[in-house]
Design a protein around this ligand. Structure first.
Ligand code: FAD
Length: 411
């Protein structure tokens, strides 16, 4: 969707941020905090901030359990989770520290559960505790069945849209501009230094640019060879909403033990800040970067996905998983069967249609699903190439890491 700009962007500024999702807004806010008076403009194509991934997600403030120790994700999710919890409490944004169980349903999953526990401790996740046996699990979640579980008391749920709105207010209050309805069409290095941006109806010159375009992060690449050699492939994640009284089967957050080879956490049950319980998300490769409706196809997006050799290499490796995701996406019965492994009382009749999100997943030329956050520099522009989950949780820490990188290269 594109609309007219909410205001006219200035003709020049010090820093332009493309994309008013959580990552772009947190970056703009952080640089303004560090450098009062910096002329910062955030350009967002859609009519409001956080239109895409930053509002269409599971709403979970992850504690940092899953991620490879030493990775950027591990560091920024643990720090980001603490920072965002404090931010929500301070600013009155919806946040519930509901706690989470990762449940092993049979003994074959115990080694993977032990690895998650090891990672969580290595990453410094506070309060992580192993529960052995169905009795210990039932004390926290009476309707959940499993042989063992990890309990993370500090995992919670957040109103991420509320976070984005407060971040945008902070940017404006610090003198920055957040212009919505303004799609950047081209970004080129200016001959005298800086960056020229073209948007519908105008141009803007900035000394530095940071592109935080989510699913479109590989579109504005300045015509330079793309390093790292990754492209975004869109995966639709659909949820179903639990009707009452089935919603009472879950108190907080209940997750399966994920496949360690995949960057997705598996179909989980989450009680959101509004009290609704969702089951999902599925992960289905789709034909548009904004395929909230499964039938939506954008020819350019689909062609880009099909032309990318990594897509085919990934499909050869994961076709079985893809088929099972397809089943879950089209059949509530299949989705319920998956969730019933750890909540046996759940039936397909308990699942009502729910919301959907679209994940921006970077895929390498070799078909690898890129797990960590990835940035690349191109002259005066920093591109955020991969900011998958838990980038919403990590947004404040990610914004600080991006600000460090911008300052190191000079602003
Ligand atoms: C189904 C799903 C579940 C998830 N669950 C969680 C979770 O529970 N917890 C968690 O921490 N993370 C979760 N995530 C991940 C998290 O939502 C994202 O990692 C995070 O929101 C990324 O933020 P972003 O700002 O990079 O991207 P986005 O929020 O997608 O923002 C990018 C913005 O750039 C704008 N844009 C793009 N191109 C242009 C252009 N040319 N001109 C102007 N503007 C442009 C877009 O309109 C968009 O607003 C989930 C994601 C999905 C999809």
């Amino acid at each position: 969707m594109s609309t007219t700009p909410s205001s006219t962007p200035p003709a020049d500024c010090d820093l332009v941020v493309v994309g008013a999702g959580l990552v772009g807004l947190a970056t703009a806010r952080e640089l303004l905090r560090r450098r009062p008076g910096l002329r910062v403009v955030v350009l967002e194509r859609e009519p409001e901030v956080a239109w895409h991934q930053s509002r269409h997600n599971s709403g979970v403030l992850h504690a940092g359990i899953y991620y490879a120790p030493g990775s950027l994700k591990a560091r920024l999710s643990v720090a980001g989770s603490r920072a965002l919890a404090a931010f929500c409490e301070e600013r009155g944004i919806g946040f519930v520290r509901s706690g989470k169980l990762i449940v092993a349903t049979d003994s074959s999953q115990l080694p993977a559960l032990a690895e998650l526990e090891r990672r969580g401790h290595a990453n410094g996740v506070a309060g992580l505790r192993r529960l052995d046996g169905p009795g210990a699990i039932a004390e926290l979640e009476p309707h959940v069945r499993g042989v063992a579980a990890l309990h993370s008391p500090n995992t919670g749920v957040v109103d991420f849209l509320g976070v984005a709105r407060v971040l945008a207010d902070d940017v404006r209050e610090a003198g920055g501009a957040v212009v919505t309805g303004c799609a950047v069409e081209r970004l080129t290095e200016a001959s005298g230094g800086g960056v020229d941006l073209t948007y519908a109806g105008g141009r803007l010159r900035a000394r530095r640019a940071v592109v935080c375009a989510g699913a479109w992060s590989d579109v504005l690449m300045d015509g330079r060879p793309s390093q790292p050699d990754v492209r975004i492939v869109a995966f639709r994640g659909a949820y179903r909403t639990l009707r009452e009284p089935a919603a009472q089967l879950v108190r907080g957050l209940v997750y399966p033990v994920p496949d360690p080879a995949l960057p997705f956490l598996g179909v989980h049950l989450t009680r959101g800040v509004d009290g609704e319980v969702h089951v999902g998300p599925t992960a289905l490769l789709v034909g548009a970067r904004d395929a909230y409706d499964l039938r939506r196809i954008v020819p350019g997006d689909l062609l880009a996905t099909l032309r990318w050799p990594g897509t085919w290499r990934m499909a050869r490796r994961w076709w079985r998983t893809g088929l099972s995701e397809l089943r879950g996406a089209i059949s509530p019965r299949a989705l319920a069967a998956g969730a019933r492994r750890f909540v046996p009382e759940l039936t397909a009749e308990d699942l009502l249609p729910g919301p959907a999100g679209v994940r921006a997943q970077a895929i390498g030329r070799d078909g690898a699903l890129i797990d960590d956050f990835v940035f690349s520099d191109s002259g005066p522009t920093l591109h955020v190439r991969n900011a998958p989950s838990p980038a919403a949780t990590s947004c404040l820490a990610l914004g600080a890491a991006i600000a460090d990188r911008v300052e190191q290269r000079g602003i």
